[in-house]
Design a protein around this ligand. Structure first.
Ligand SMILES: [Zn+2]
Length: 328
């Protein structure tokens, strides 16, 4: 364990080593003004903080809520466990991601996916529709019930997962919540079949949206620092720091990309899903060739934006290399 907490304070944990590189030189950063889960975390005000690693640049919550506090939040009724099953765009997003993943997946990897932290099961149902076998792990009571009601093959705890079974293990907006990512990566290595791959999508700390969410701006205007979700996103990953965390656990990133514009509050009317550029639907109808030209321009802007790594979410596909390091 690299965590140390004062026995007088069981509600918070202070890390002495950077979770990405193990470095001990941190600088204190301003604590975000907007918190989520205040019904659980408000009593910890003044005791939680943000740190930036001077060696690798990772920004992480430190001191952070204890496991007990985090569990209390996830077991509560306000956390929606990123339930995507009700969203009309979720299926399209899953199809977009799976098309990219399938292009990079070896033929030998079994078409059997494990979604780690499956939430309400929306992603798994979409992947099952593509002809895959779909299994999930979900510790949350409500998410687990929703997945089982949808007929998905589910487990509650990592120890229940079979060895060498899955051709793909996915983490959708789950990895940034993990208290011990290295230990979870070792579980993934155990359950992955030969040729299998790991897919992780997290909020992109280097997104244009994240760059625009300056603390003073957040305080003045209702521009939510969504990628932070303070204090439950325990680390804010960029491509460099996520690659580093994976490398430390014996994983090599084969492919990475960013997804979603994440600028909906700036350019798109309220209520629209992230990932779509402002639709022309509300404007008076233009002639078909003009509409087609505008669509083409929008797609070019989006492709350039995502190509620069500025998209709201960061996605990586990785494969295990060598054996797991023994120094954990
Ligand atoms: Zn570091």
């Amino acid at each position: 364990m690299d965590a140390a907490s004062s026995p007088a304070d069981a509600d918070v944990v202070t890390l002495t080593a950077c979770p990405a590189c193990g470095g001990g030189r941190h600088r204190r950063l301003a604590t975000p003004g907007r918190w989520i889960g205040t019904e659980v975390f408000a009593p910890l005000a003044g005791r939680l903080g943000l740190a930036g690693c001077r060696d690798c640049g990772l920004v992480f919550v430190n001191p952070r809520p204890s496991s007990t506090r985090l569990a209390a939040f996830y077991a509560g009724d306000t956390y929606d466990c990123h339930d995507t099953s009700g969203s009309s765009s979720a299926g399209a997003v899953a199809d977009h991601l799976m098309a990219i993943i399938e292009r990079h997946l070896p033929e030998t990897a079994p078409r059997h996916v494990l979604d780690y932290g499956a939430g309400g099961g929306g992603f798994l149902l979409s992947v099952r529709d593509r002809g895959w076998q779909a299994s999930g792990l979900e510790p949350g009571r409500r998410g687990l019930a929703a997945c089982r009601a949808a007929g998905l093959d589910m487990v509650e705890r990592p120890e229940e997962l079979p060895d060498a079974r899955f051709g793909l293990v996915t983490f959708h907006h789950v990895f940034e919540h993990l208290e011990a990512p290295g230990a979870v990566l070792d579980t993934v290595r155990r359950v992955l079949a030969p040729g299998g791959r790991l897919f992780i999508e997290v909020p992109n700390a280097a997104a244009l949206r994240a760059r625009l969410a300056l603390p003073w701006l957040t305080r003045r205007f209702a521009i939510d620092e969504r990628y932070r979700a303070f204090p439950i996103h325990l680390a804010y990953y960029s491509r460099a720091t996520l690659t580093r965390v994976l490398a430390a656990a014996g994983w090599e990133v084969e492919h990475s990309f960013t997804v979603g514009m994440g600028l909906d509050e700036y350019f798109v009317e309220p209520g629209r899903e992230a990932g779509a550029i402002a639709p022309a639907a509300a404007a008076p109808a233009a002639p078909a060739p003009v509409r087609a030209g505008r669509r083409k321009l929008r797609h070019r802007v989006r492709d350039a934006f995502l190509g620069l790594g500025l998209g709201e979410n960061l996605a990586v596909l990785a494969r295990p290399v060598g054996g797991p390091p023994t120094n954990r």
